[in-house]
Design a protein around this ligand. Sequence first.
Ligand SMILES: [Zn+2]
Length: 275
Amino acid sequence: MLVLRFLNVVAPAYFLCISVVTFVLQLFLFIPSMFKDPSATPLFSSALLHGALFLFLSANALGNYILVIQNSPEDLSKGPNLGPGGEGAANWPDASRTPGSALPGTHFCRLCVRVTQRHDHHCFFTGNCIGSRNMRNFIMFCLYTSLACLDSLVAGVAYISAVLSTSFNNPLAFLTLLPHSISQFFSGALLSSEMFVILMLYLWLGIGLACAGFCCHQMLLILRGQTRYQVRKGTAARARPWRKNLQEVFGKRWLIGLLIPMLNVGSDYHRQKEK
Ligand SMILES: [Zn+2]
């Protein structure tokens, strides 16, 4: 439990550190180096287009990160109907806060110290539980973090190939880049700033692939109408059309919700709350 609590603090700090480093490298190293390209036209230069794309991706990634925390699942044990003395208190064993999953689909998270409905999993990077309220923001956070990492990887590769005159035409060049760079760094032929950018390339690749994989897996579960918690518990998927499952998370206009991430189209959950 102590390890999990430690991870709950270290993982958000790690995410914020990587975000700050990525911002600094993009804004003060990669984008200014693109402005030096003499063949570029000033108005639609690759630097401006790349800068706009990076800001769009990172704004969506960070915006959804904040929304995941802001829309964290509510504590059912404190709810008006489920709290001690409430309507649902009869269904709640001794109306305490430690029943685990006394009601179907609920789960008691020991890290957040609360009972959440339609619990999916506890995300260490946001330090919050993921449930029906913030699932849409969580998917968007994974998607845009993965795209921002891919964007930084491409910009970083362009920067390194220009600075070190390295060709990445051969796909194996990326695999041999790290061992070559380490030996060059220790022999003094490579600057520490260049070595740092090379290490970041591998980090962006790793985070980008992990987030993309997580996003795809989560989307598959949504289409099946299952949560990660239910998969773990061996609960069968809901027998209903995939469109209904998608609507529950992304709202009735789910396609617009997927294409325009920051637009609040409202999931089924939020509409029920508003009524
Ligand atoms: Zn939790």
